[in-house]
Write a protein that binds this ligand. Structure first.
Ligand code: NAD
Length: 246
């Protein structure tokens, strides 16, 4: 029970990596608020988690909207009385070759992947500072580290997540708040399932372990960073990518 009595918000917690994290955190004793804008999926998942009904709640949230981010934090404090861990996992892709990428495609990805992380962390911060404790885990991507064809917007957003993680680690460490990021490699989630098979084969071919990550592989990294085992890990970007050679 590595997260016994802890309260976590997992953004994008209704699908893919976020869903696996929700399940993993619950297995380890946490109380979890799933902050996701997909109401149907969020309510379906909370309904399925019958073993943990009293420790999981759904809060429909669009992280790109400041007021909704604040409402998700307020909901959590009201529901469970505290907040210890914020996992900024929600993210989208809108891929296009750069020559054809519209400003709108760029802005949409930035709004969710960058400003969503900004808004959620801003909303949680007063509470975390007041209690002098908290763990923030941001989700970057190998694309944000290496760049990727067709992902100018996404790679820029995930590089920004690394910049925010390192800046917040410097600002907030002295206040008892730990900030780290996970950079997942290609992971078998609905985000990747929508890609053509040829692209998925290409993605697998650059992975030393020769397989895509399972959502649980990434969720286990979130769990480590959220647990006391990572109490001295700070400002770190943990690559969980099977050994990618891009
Ligand atoms: P996914 O599409 O399966 O799940 C994303 C979840 O985020 C969905 O439930 C969706 O409803 C939610 N979401 C999207 N926009 C939102 C918003 N504005 N507000 C709240 N919730 C929102 O994706 P995934 O593959 O599980 O990705 C999770 C995270 O991991 C993302 O940040 C993604 O960029 C990152 N990532 C994924 C991969 C991969 O290969 N799948 C690789 C590297 C990084």
């Amino acid at each position: 029970m590595r997260l016994q009595d802890k309260v976590a918000i997992i953004t994008g917690g209704a699908s893919g990596i976020g869903k696996a994290a929700t399940e993993r955190f619950l297995e380890e004793g946490a109380r979890v608020v799933i902050a996701d804008y997909n109401q149907e999926q969020g309510e379906l998942l909370t309904g399925e988690l019958t073993d943990h009904q009293d420790r999981v709640a759904f809060c429909q949230t669009d992280v790109s909207k400041e007021a909704q981010a604040k409402a998700a934090v307020a909901f959590t404090l009201e529901k469970f009385g505290r907040l210890d861990i914020l996992v900024n996992n929600a993210g989208i892709t809108l891929d296009a070759m750069f020559a054809k990428m519209s400003e709108d495609q760029f802005d949409q990805v930035m709004d969710i992947n960058v400003k969503g992380v900004f808004h959620m962390t801003h909303a949680a911060l007063p509470h975390l500072i007041e209690q002098g404790f908290g763990k923030i885990i941001n989700t970057s991507s190998v694309s944000g580290v290496y760049g990727n064809v067709g992902q100018t917007n996404y790679a820029a957003s995930k590089a920004a997540v690394i910049g925010m993680t390192k800046s917040w680690a410097k600002e907030l460490g002295r206040k008892g708040i730990q900030v780290n990021a996970v950079a997942p490699g290609f992971t078998a989630t609905p985000m990747v399932a929508k890609m053509p098979e040829k692209i998925i084969d290409q993605m697998t071919s650059v992975v030393a372990l020769q397989r895509l990550a399972e959502p649980r592989d990434i969720a286990n990294a979130y769990l480590f960073l959220a647990s006391n085992e990572a109490d001295y890990v700070h400002g770190h970007v943990l690559h969980v990518d099977g050994g990618i050679m891009m």
